[in-house]
Design a binder for this molecule. Structure first.
Ligand code: ACO
Length: 332
């Protein structure tokens, strides 16, 4: 059996936050943000309206509807987010409940940040090829807006991230025309403190201090330039690696869906591989970086807009905190 992408779905909160809106709450400007990242606006949840779970539920239902599937036809859930509804249990089980399964399908939560979707897809692919499961729902849902520093102090990070959810359903298929061809995964823990959110930490007792100064380690921290350089290098390498595994070349790729962190990162990766910019789709201009949700969201839009057709050779590629990175080459 091979693994075929059946459908996808997405959800973003209604509240649009433009770069001009950010100018009102921190020292930044639209020109700086667009020039450095390509981002024009992002979505932020409104408290009491959207949660990580509610966004994941809507995106999943859309993917189920598009595949004309009843939820009980799904055998397995893989869920990923950086910041989840509960510290534990993972949101995967909450999603199992909210989607209304009558079966006790397993729910796996993964924490691989911006490359989480590639990691999740590789697990789904391995389970399907082993014969263990036939239809797997993969969901990334992320609320960043409640955990970023929205002052000038945190502007290098807070302008880049947005909230949203993306889902994809993959299924076992004997058809050779549509299948995942190769996936590569990597990590390099020496980059762990280059981009991280250190607290609340299990090393602190109590985990959150309720008196004294606000602990700035409760906000994410990042060395942006180092992340940028590593992202360009590693995403380019990962695409070359899946090409090498399948005896193809970047010239053969019909379409690239890259993680949506920074337009310049994605353009440099394509330039490194001499892939024309017309062979990709970016959503970061509208949604910013939604970590694990970026690939399913961007894939979903590209399919809906007719940019990706059945039979196309598609590369998915991501890089993120950890560092972790990976790529998948598939025949859609
Ligand atoms: N608005 C205005 N000025 C800002 C802002 C802001 N939002 N943020 C930082 N600055 C200032 C800094 O204070 C600094 O000022 P100084 O020179 O007076 O000290 C200056 O801008 C920094 O400029 P640069 O370091 O040249 O900025 P750079 O071109 O490196 O862009 C950026 C910074 C956008 C963070 C870039 O490095 C980047 O995108 N890196 C990748 C980060 C990323 O994508 N992380 C996401 C997670 S990992 C992933 O998904 C790949």
């Amino acid at each position: 059996m091979n693994t075929k992408i059946l459908s996808s779905g997405m959800y973003v909160p209604n509240q649009v936050v433009t770069n001009f809106d950010l100018e009102k709450i921190m020292e930044t400007n639209d020109e700086w943000i667009q020039q450095r990242s390509g981002i024009k606006e992002r979505r932020w949840v409104e408290p009491g309206i959207d949660t990580t779970l509610s966004m994941a539920t809507v995106a999943s239902k859309q993917a189920l509807d598009r595949a004309h599937l009843n939820v009980d036809e799904i055998d397995m859930i893989i869920f990923g987010a950086l910041v989840t509804d509960y510290v534990f249990p993972g949101t995967g089980v909450l999603l199992q409940e909210s989607l209304g399964f009558s079966k006790t399908v397993p729910a796996l939560d993964i924490r691989n940040q911006c490359s989480g979707f590639i990691y999740a897809l590789s697990v789904a692919d391995a389970w399907i090829r082993s014969g263990m499961y036939k239809k797997i729902l993969i969901v990334g849902s992320e609320i960043h807006s409640t955990s970023i520093d929205k002052t000038t102090r945190g502007r290098d990070i807070s302008v880049l991230f947005g909230d949203g959810a993306g889902a994809m359903i993959v299924e076992a298929c004997a058809d050779e025309k549509s299948k995942i061809l190769s996936t590569v995964l990597h990590s390099e823990g020496k980059g762990s403190s280059v981009l991280c959110l250190k607290k609340p930490s299990s090393n602190d007792s109590p985990r959150i201090q309720i008196s004294g100064d606000f602990d700035l380690e409760l906000y994410p921290q990042m060395e942006g330039r180092l992340v940028f350089k590593n992202a360009v290098t590693r995403m380019s390498e990962a695409i070359l690696e899946v090409c090498s595994n399948t005896n193809t070349s970047p010239d053969d790729i019909d379409f690239v869906i890259a993680h949506q962190a920074n337009l310049r990162i994605n353009q440099m990766v394509l330039d490194n591989l001499k892939i024309p910019h017309s062979k990709t789709h970016n959503t970061l201009q509208k949604y910013g970086n939604t970590t694990m949700a970026t690939i399913p969201i961007t894939f979903d839009e590209a399919v809906l807009e007719g940019k990706i057709q059945r039979g196309d050779l598609v590369a998915l590629v991501a890089f993120g905190a950890g560092f972790t990175w990976g790529a998948t080459l598939l025949r859609y």
